[in-house]
Design a protein. Structure first.
Length: 64
């Protein structure tokens, strides 16, 4: 078996490219985390509002 010139191992990316890729990956992870946390908080506050409305309606029903 003989290896052709195109079958050589590709070069590793330079340190600068790897560092840039790491920074981009970190930024994307932070943004996704913020979006997920924002979504969870939005659901939480909607549930708090619904519970508050139900509590007010229950209290009014007990008083009237």
């Amino acid at each position: 078996m003989s290896y052709s010139q195109g079958a050589e191992k590709p070069e590793k990316p330079s340190f600068l490219k790897r560092a840039l890729a790491l920074v981009i990956l970190a930024v994307v992870v932070v943004l996704v985390a913020k979006i997920v946390i924002g979504f969870v908080m939005a659901i939480f506050w909607i549930l708090v509002a619904v519970v508050a409305v139900v509590a007010v309606l229950w209290a009014l029903n007990q008083l009237l």
